[in-house]
Design a protein around this ligand. Structure first.
Ligand code: ACO
Length: 359
Protein backbone atom coordinates (compact mmCIF):
# COMPACT_ATOMS: atom_id res chain seq x y z
CA UNK A 1 0.00 0.00 0.00
CA UNK A 2 1.31 3.44 -0.95
CA UNK A 3 1.99 5.60 2.09
CA UNK A 4 1.49 9.37 2.17
CA UNK A 5 3.50 11.52 4.54
CA UNK A 6 1.43 14.51 5.67
CA UNK A 7 2.48 17.66 7.59
CA UNK A 8 2.78 17.43 11.36
CA UNK A 9 -0.49 18.16 13.16
CA UNK A 10 -2.30 17.31 9.88
CA UNK A 11 -1.88 21.00 9.05
CA UNK A 12 -3.68 21.71 5.75
CA UNK A 13 -4.68 18.06 5.24
CA UNK A 14 -8.23 17.26 4.11
CA UNK A 15 -9.22 13.92 5.63
CA UNK A 16 -12.91 13.56 4.67
CA UNK A 17 -15.97 15.24 3.16
CA UNK A 18 -18.37 17.07 5.46
CA UNK A 19 -21.57 19.00 4.76
CA UNK A 20 -21.77 20.58 8.22
CA UNK A 21 -19.47 23.57 8.27
CA UNK A 22 -16.61 25.26 6.47
CA UNK A 23 -14.22 27.96 7.59
CA UNK A 24 -12.58 29.81 4.71
CA UNK A 25 -9.09 31.01 5.54
CA UNK A 26 -8.99 33.41 2.59
CA UNK A 27 -12.34 35.17 2.93
CA UNK A 28 -12.53 34.69 6.72
CA UNK A 29 -16.09 33.38 6.28
CA UNK A 30 -17.65 30.72 8.47
CA UNK A 31 -20.55 28.76 6.98
CA UNK A 32 -22.95 26.53 8.92
CA UNK A 33 -24.86 24.25 6.56
CA UNK A 34 -24.88 26.92 3.84
CA UNK A 35 -25.69 29.90 6.09
CA UNK A 36 -23.29 32.55 7.37
CA UNK A 37 -22.56 31.79 11.04
CA UNK A 38 -22.38 35.47 11.94
CA UNK A 39 -25.75 36.13 10.29
CA UNK A 40 -27.19 33.24 12.29
CA UNK A 41 -25.70 34.75 15.46
CA UNK A 42 -27.39 38.03 14.64
CA UNK A 43 -30.80 36.74 13.60
CA UNK A 44 -31.42 33.17 14.81
CA UNK A 45 -32.14 31.68 18.20
CA UNK A 46 -29.80 29.10 19.71
CA UNK A 47 -32.41 26.40 19.12
CA UNK A 48 -32.78 27.31 15.42
CA UNK A 49 -29.03 27.25 14.87
CA UNK A 50 -28.64 23.97 16.77
CA UNK A 51 -31.43 22.35 14.76
CA UNK A 52 -29.78 23.55 11.56
CA UNK A 53 -26.40 22.13 12.55
CA UNK A 54 -27.79 18.76 13.63
CA UNK A 55 -30.42 18.21 10.92
CA UNK A 56 -28.97 20.20 8.02
CA UNK A 57 -31.84 22.62 7.42
CA UNK A 58 -33.72 25.38 9.20
CA UNK A 59 -36.67 24.05 11.24
CA UNK A 60 -40.32 24.76 10.52
CA UNK A 61 -42.23 26.45 13.36
CA UNK A 62 -43.56 23.06 14.46
CA UNK A 63 -40.14 21.38 14.30
CA UNK A 64 -38.62 24.24 16.26
CA UNK A 65 -41.14 24.03 19.04
CA UNK A 66 -40.71 20.23 19.23
CA UNK A 67 -36.91 20.59 19.31
CA UNK A 68 -37.02 23.36 21.95
CA UNK A 69 -39.37 21.28 24.08
CA UNK A 70 -37.06 18.26 23.73
CA UNK A 71 -34.04 20.28 24.92
CA UNK A 72 -35.99 21.61 27.88
CA UNK A 73 -37.41 18.21 28.80
CA UNK A 74 -33.94 16.67 28.78
CA UNK A 75 -32.11 19.48 30.55
CA UNK A 76 -32.16 18.04 34.06
CA UNK A 77 -29.77 15.63 35.71
CA UNK A 78 -30.62 12.85 38.11
CA UNK A 79 -30.28 12.99 41.90
CA UNK A 80 -27.73 10.18 41.64
CA UNK A 81 -25.59 12.32 39.36
CA UNK A 82 -25.78 15.17 41.87
CA UNK A 83 -24.72 12.80 44.65
CA UNK A 84 -21.71 11.74 42.59
CA UNK A 85 -20.80 15.38 41.93
CA UNK A 86 -20.91 16.02 45.68
CA UNK A 87 -18.29 13.29 46.18
CA UNK A 88 -15.82 14.94 43.79
CA UNK A 89 -12.89 16.91 45.27
CA UNK A 90 -13.91 20.56 45.77
CA UNK A 91 -11.11 21.80 43.51
CA UNK A 92 -12.19 19.67 40.53
CA UNK A 93 -12.12 21.77 37.36
CA UNK A 94 -15.62 22.16 35.95
CA UNK A 95 -14.67 20.84 32.54
CA UNK A 96 -13.29 17.70 34.22
CA UNK A 97 -16.50 17.36 36.19
CA UNK A 98 -18.49 17.62 32.95
CA UNK A 99 -16.37 14.96 31.26
CA UNK A 100 -16.72 12.62 34.25
CA UNK A 101 -20.47 13.15 34.60
CA UNK A 102 -21.16 12.65 30.89
CA UNK A 103 -19.34 9.35 31.02
CA UNK A 104 -21.15 8.26 34.20
CA UNK A 105 -24.74 8.62 33.01
CA UNK A 106 -26.47 5.41 31.85
CA UNK A 107 -25.70 4.35 28.31
CA UNK A 108 -27.77 1.90 26.30
CA UNK A 109 -25.38 1.96 23.37
CA UNK A 110 -27.85 3.17 20.74
CA UNK A 111 -26.44 5.53 18.16
CA UNK A 112 -29.16 8.05 17.41
CA UNK A 113 -29.44 11.80 17.15
CA UNK A 114 -31.82 11.85 20.11
CA UNK A 115 -29.27 10.17 22.42
CA UNK A 116 -26.66 12.72 21.37
CA UNK A 117 -29.09 15.58 21.94
CA UNK A 118 -30.08 14.22 25.35
CA UNK A 119 -26.41 14.44 26.34
CA UNK A 120 -25.98 17.91 24.82
CA UNK A 121 -29.16 19.23 26.46
CA UNK A 122 -27.86 18.41 29.94
CA UNK A 123 -24.53 20.19 29.70
CA UNK A 124 -25.67 23.62 31.01
CA UNK A 125 -27.18 21.90 34.07
CA UNK A 126 -24.08 19.79 34.61
CA UNK A 127 -21.92 22.93 34.56
CA UNK A 128 -24.31 25.10 36.60
CA UNK A 129 -25.26 22.53 39.23
CA UNK A 130 -21.72 21.13 39.26
CA UNK A 131 -20.23 24.52 40.09
CA UNK A 132 -22.69 25.08 42.93
CA UNK A 133 -22.30 21.57 44.33
CA UNK A 134 -18.49 21.91 44.36
CA UNK A 135 -18.91 25.14 46.35
CA UNK A 136 -21.36 23.49 48.74
CA UNK A 137 -24.19 25.78 47.56
CA UNK A 138 -27.82 24.94 46.76
CA UNK A 139 -28.56 24.18 43.11
CA UNK A 140 -30.97 26.46 41.26
CA UNK A 141 -34.54 25.67 40.28
CA UNK A 142 -36.08 25.96 36.84
CA UNK A 143 -37.00 29.14 34.96
CA UNK A 144 -39.06 29.74 31.85
CA UNK A 145 -37.40 30.80 28.62
CA UNK A 146 -35.24 29.50 25.82
CA UNK A 147 -31.95 27.61 26.03
CA UNK A 148 -29.81 30.76 26.38
CA UNK A 149 -31.99 32.36 29.05
CA UNK A 150 -32.02 29.16 31.07
CA UNK A 151 -28.26 28.76 30.62
CA UNK A 152 -27.56 32.36 31.69
CA UNK A 153 -29.63 31.78 34.81
CA UNK A 154 -27.69 28.61 35.68
CA UNK A 155 -24.41 30.51 35.24
CA UNK A 156 -25.24 33.62 37.24
CA UNK A 157 -28.44 32.97 39.19
CA UNK A 158 -29.95 35.98 37.34
CA UNK A 159 -32.93 36.26 35.03
CA UNK A 160 -31.77 38.83 32.51
CA UNK A 161 -32.99 38.59 28.94
CA UNK A 162 -30.56 41.24 27.59
CA UNK A 163 -27.49 39.43 28.93
CA UNK A 164 -28.96 36.10 27.83
CA UNK A 165 -29.23 37.47 24.28
CA UNK A 166 -25.52 38.37 24.30
CA UNK A 167 -24.77 34.87 25.55
CA UNK A 168 -27.00 33.36 22.85
CA UNK A 169 -25.06 35.07 20.05
CA UNK A 170 -21.80 33.84 21.56
CA UNK A 171 -23.14 30.29 21.93
CA UNK A 172 -24.11 30.23 18.25
CA UNK A 173 -20.57 31.16 17.25
CA UNK A 174 -19.10 28.53 19.55
CA UNK A 175 -21.43 25.82 18.18
CA UNK A 176 -19.47 24.43 15.29
CA UNK A 177 -16.10 24.67 13.59
CA UNK A 178 -15.54 21.69 11.28
CA UNK A 179 -12.55 19.46 12.12
CA UNK A 180 -11.18 21.29 15.15
CA UNK A 181 -9.30 19.09 17.63
CA UNK A 182 -12.24 18.03 19.83
CA UNK A 183 -14.49 17.28 16.86
CA UNK A 184 -11.77 15.29 15.14
CA UNK A 185 -11.16 13.35 18.36
CA UNK A 186 -14.91 12.66 18.60
CA UNK A 187 -14.94 11.44 15.02
CA UNK A 188 -12.03 9.07 15.73
CA UNK A 189 -14.03 7.57 18.61
CA UNK A 190 -17.23 7.44 16.52
CA UNK A 191 -15.32 5.71 13.73
CA UNK A 192 -14.64 2.75 16.04
CA UNK A 193 -18.47 2.50 16.36
CA UNK A 194 -18.26 3.38 20.04
CA UNK A 195 -21.49 4.85 21.43
CA UNK A 196 -22.36 8.59 21.55
CA UNK A 197 -21.54 8.94 25.24
CA UNK A 198 -18.04 7.56 24.67
CA UNK A 199 -17.52 9.95 21.76
CA UNK A 200 -18.81 12.97 23.71
CA UNK A 201 -16.48 12.06 26.58
CA UNK A 202 -13.53 12.03 24.17
CA UNK A 203 -14.53 15.46 22.85
CA UNK A 204 -14.89 16.89 26.35
CA UNK A 205 -11.43 15.60 27.24
CA UNK A 206 -9.94 17.18 24.13
CA UNK A 207 -11.60 20.58 24.38
CA UNK A 208 -9.98 21.15 27.76
CA UNK A 209 -6.48 21.85 26.42
CA UNK A 210 -5.22 25.46 26.41
CA UNK A 211 -4.44 25.31 22.70
CA UNK A 212 -8.15 24.66 22.11
CA UNK A 213 -11.14 25.39 24.40
CA UNK A 214 -9.04 25.90 27.52
CA UNK A 215 -7.62 29.14 26.06
CA UNK A 216 -10.68 31.20 26.98
CA UNK A 217 -10.19 30.44 30.69
CA UNK A 218 -6.69 31.97 30.64
CA UNK A 219 -7.37 35.31 28.98
CA UNK A 220 -8.63 37.10 32.09
CA UNK A 221 -5.42 36.11 33.90
CA UNK A 222 -3.53 38.65 31.88
CA UNK A 223 -6.31 41.12 31.05
CA UNK A 224 -7.07 41.91 34.70
CA UNK A 225 -3.46 43.03 35.23
CA UNK A 226 -3.59 45.83 32.64
CA UNK A 227 -4.02 49.40 33.79
CA UNK A 228 -2.86 51.36 30.75
CA UNK A 229 -2.35 50.89 27.01
CA UNK A 230 1.39 50.90 27.76
CA UNK A 231 0.90 47.86 30.04
CA UNK A 232 -0.89 46.10 27.19
CA UNK A 233 1.91 46.75 24.70
CA UNK A 234 4.58 45.73 27.25
CA UNK A 235 2.68 42.55 28.05
CA UNK A 236 2.68 41.50 24.39
CA UNK A 237 6.33 42.40 23.87
CA UNK A 238 7.42 40.56 27.04
CA UNK A 239 5.47 37.43 26.11
CA UNK A 240 6.88 37.38 22.60
CA UNK A 241 10.42 38.04 23.86
CA UNK A 242 10.07 34.98 26.10
CA UNK A 243 8.67 33.06 23.08
CA UNK A 244 5.50 32.34 25.04
CA UNK A 245 2.10 32.01 23.44
CA UNK A 246 -0.55 34.63 24.07
CA UNK A 247 -3.84 32.87 24.65
CA UNK A 248 -6.63 34.05 22.37
CA UNK A 249 -4.36 34.67 19.37
CA UNK A 250 -3.49 32.62 16.31
CA UNK A 251 -5.53 29.99 14.54
CA UNK A 252 -4.85 26.95 12.41
CA UNK A 253 -7.24 28.13 9.70
CA UNK A 254 -7.68 31.88 10.05
CA UNK A 255 -4.37 33.53 9.28
CA UNK A 256 -5.73 37.06 8.82
CA UNK A 257 -9.11 37.32 10.49
CA UNK A 258 -11.37 35.12 12.59
CA UNK A 259 -14.90 36.29 11.69
CA UNK A 260 -16.23 35.08 15.04
CA UNK A 261 -13.68 37.19 16.91
CA UNK A 262 -14.61 40.28 14.89
CA UNK A 263 -18.29 39.70 15.64
CA UNK A 264 -17.54 39.36 19.35
CA UNK A 265 -15.35 42.47 19.21
CA UNK A 266 -18.50 44.38 18.24
CA UNK A 267 -20.33 42.72 21.11
CA UNK A 268 -17.58 43.74 23.54
CA UNK A 269 -17.75 47.33 22.31
CA UNK A 270 -21.48 47.39 22.92
CA UNK A 271 -21.20 45.69 26.34
CA UNK A 272 -18.38 47.93 27.51
CA UNK A 273 -20.45 51.02 26.64
CA UNK A 274 -23.50 49.61 28.35
CA UNK A 275 -21.50 48.82 31.52
CA UNK A 276 -19.43 52.03 31.40
CA UNK A 277 -16.24 49.99 31.17
CA UNK A 278 -14.83 51.29 27.87
CA UNK A 279 -11.30 50.77 29.17
CA UNK A 280 -11.60 46.99 28.78
CA UNK A 281 -12.49 47.40 25.12
CA UNK A 282 -9.64 49.87 24.52
CA UNK A 283 -7.16 47.54 26.22
CA UNK A 284 -8.35 44.58 24.18
CA UNK A 285 -8.01 46.49 20.92
CA UNK A 286 -4.50 47.61 21.91
CA UNK A 287 -3.50 44.00 22.53
CA UNK A 288 -5.06 42.88 19.25
CA UNK A 289 -3.29 45.61 17.28
CA UNK A 290 0.05 44.99 18.99
CA UNK A 291 -0.04 41.22 18.41
CA UNK A 292 -0.93 41.83 14.76
CA UNK A 293 1.83 44.44 14.39
CA UNK A 294 4.51 42.26 15.99
CA UNK A 295 3.56 38.75 14.86
CA UNK A 296 0.79 39.03 12.22
CA UNK A 297 -1.46 36.81 14.33
CA UNK A 298 -5.21 37.54 14.45
CA UNK A 299 -7.32 37.51 17.60
CA UNK A 300 -9.36 34.30 17.71
CA UNK A 301 -12.90 33.83 19.03
CA UNK A 302 -11.72 32.99 22.53
CA UNK A 303 -10.07 36.38 23.06
CA UNK A 304 -13.19 38.50 22.62
CA UNK A 305 -15.55 35.77 23.86
CA UNK A 306 -13.76 35.57 27.23
CA UNK A 307 -13.97 39.34 27.68
CA UNK A 308 -17.66 39.37 26.76
CA UNK A 309 -18.38 36.58 29.25
CA UNK A 310 -16.53 38.61 31.90
CA UNK A 311 -18.67 41.66 31.08
CA UNK A 312 -21.77 39.49 31.38
CA UNK A 313 -20.79 38.67 34.96
CA UNK A 314 -19.94 35.04 34.27
CA UNK A 315 -17.20 33.42 36.39
CA UNK A 316 -14.15 32.39 34.38
CA UNK A 317 -14.42 28.73 35.47
CA UNK A 318 -17.52 28.51 33.25
CA UNK A 319 -15.85 29.70 30.06
CA UNK A 320 -14.62 26.37 28.70
CA UNK A 321 -17.81 24.53 29.86
CA UNK A 322 -19.89 27.15 27.99
CA UNK A 323 -17.88 26.52 24.83
CA UNK A 324 -18.25 22.75 25.30
CA UNK A 325 -22.00 22.94 25.95
CA UNK A 326 -22.62 24.72 22.68
CA UNK A 327 -20.09 22.70 20.70
CA UNK A 328 -21.89 19.54 21.87
CA UNK A 329 -24.45 20.27 19.13
CA UNK A 330 -21.69 20.42 16.52
CA UNK A 331 -20.26 17.20 17.96
CA UNK A 332 -23.70 15.57 17.63
CA UNK A 333 -23.85 16.45 13.93
CA UNK A 334 -20.34 15.11 13.36
CA UNK A 335 -21.05 11.87 15.20
CA UNK A 336 -24.05 11.20 12.95
CA UNK A 337 -22.16 12.19 9.80
CA UNK A 338 -19.26 9.92 10.73
CA UNK A 339 -21.30 6.79 11.40
CA UNK A 340 -23.53 7.35 8.37
CA UNK A 341 -20.57 6.94 6.04
CA UNK A 342 -18.02 5.31 8.29
CA UNK A 343 -14.46 4.21 7.80
CA UNK A 344 -12.26 3.53 10.80
CA UNK A 345 -9.89 6.47 11.31
CA UNK A 346 -6.56 4.83 11.82
CA UNK A 347 -3.49 6.55 10.36
CA UNK A 348 0.02 5.18 10.38
CA UNK A 349 3.25 6.57 11.78
CA UNK A 350 6.79 6.51 10.47
CA UNK A 351 8.83 4.44 12.91
CA UNK A 352 11.92 6.31 14.10
CA UNK A 353 12.68 4.16 17.17
CA UNK A 354 15.32 1.49 17.73
CA UNK A 355 15.30 -1.93 16.16
CA UNK A 356 17.13 -5.12 16.96
CA UNK A 357 17.61 -4.59 20.71
CA UNK A 358 18.05 -7.77 22.75
CA UNK A 359 17.09 -8.52 26.35
N1 ACO B 1 1.14 33.68 20.66
C1 ACO B 1 2.40 33.80 20.20
N2 ACO B 1 2.88 33.14 19.12
C2 ACO B 1 2.02 32.33 18.50
C3 ACO B 1 0.67 32.17 18.90
C4 ACO B 1 0.25 32.89 20.03
N3 ACO B 1 -1.01 32.78 20.49
N4 ACO B 1 0.04 31.32 18.07
C5 ACO B 1 0.97 30.95 17.15
N5 ACO B 1 2.14 31.56 17.42
C6 ACO B 1 3.37 31.43 16.66
C7 ACO B 1 4.08 30.12 17.02
O1 ACO B 1 4.93 30.26 18.10
C8 ACO B 1 4.78 29.85 15.72
O2 ACO B 1 5.88 30.72 15.65
P1 ACO B 1 7.26 30.27 15.00
O3 ACO B 1 6.93 29.93 13.57
O4 ACO B 1 8.13 31.45 15.17
O5 ACO B 1 7.69 29.06 15.79
C9 ACO B 1 3.80 30.31 14.65
O6 ACO B 1 3.05 31.34 15.29
C10 ACO B 1 2.86 29.20 14.17
O7 ACO B 1 2.15 28.70 15.32
P2 ACO B 1 1.67 27.22 15.53
O8 ACO B 1 1.37 27.01 16.97
O9 ACO B 1 2.62 26.26 14.88
O10 ACO B 1 0.33 27.25 14.65
P3 ACO B 1 -0.82 26.20 14.70
O11 ACO B 1 -1.64 26.41 13.50
O12 ACO B 1 -0.28 24.84 14.94
O13 ACO B 1 -1.59 26.60 16.05
C11 ACO B 1 -2.99 27.53 17.64
C12 ACO B 1 -2.78 27.25 16.16
C13 ACO B 1 -2.78 26.25 18.46
C14 ACO B 1 -4.40 28.04 17.88
C15 ACO B 1 -1.96 28.59 18.10
O14 ACO B 1 -2.14 29.78 17.37
C16 ACO B 1 -2.02 28.85 19.58
O15 ACO B 1 -1.40 28.12 20.36
N6 ACO B 1 -2.77 29.90 20.03
C17 ACO B 1 -2.95 30.16 21.44
C18 ACO B 1 -4.03 29.26 22.03
C19 ACO B 1 -5.41 29.69 21.63
O16 ACO B 1 -5.76 30.86 21.64
N7 ACO B 1 -6.25 28.70 21.32
C20 ACO B 1 -7.65 28.93 20.92
C21 ACO B 1 -7.86 28.47 19.50
S1 ACO B 1 -9.41 29.03 18.85
C22 ACO B 1 -10.60 28.10 19.58
O17 ACO B 1 -10.37 27.00 20.05
C23 ACO B 1 -12.01 28.68 19.62
Amino acid sequence: MEQIIVPKGLDGVIVDDSAICTADSETGQLIYRGYSATELAEKATFEQAAYLIVYGRMPSAEELSGFSAFLKANANISDNTKKIMALMPKDTELIDLMRSVVSLEPNNGTKTDSILLEIAAKMPRIAGDGSRILKGAETLGEIEGGYAERFYYLLTGKKDSTSAKYLERLLILYMEHELNASTFALRVTASTLADPRAAMTTALATIKGPLHGGANDQILNYMVKMGTKGDAVKFVDDKLARREKIMGFGHRIYKKVDPRAQFMKGELKSLSRMKHAEKIYEMAVTIEETVWDRKKLPANLDFYAALCMYMLGIEHTFYTPIFASSRAFGWSAHYMEQITNNKLIRPDSKYVGYRGLRL
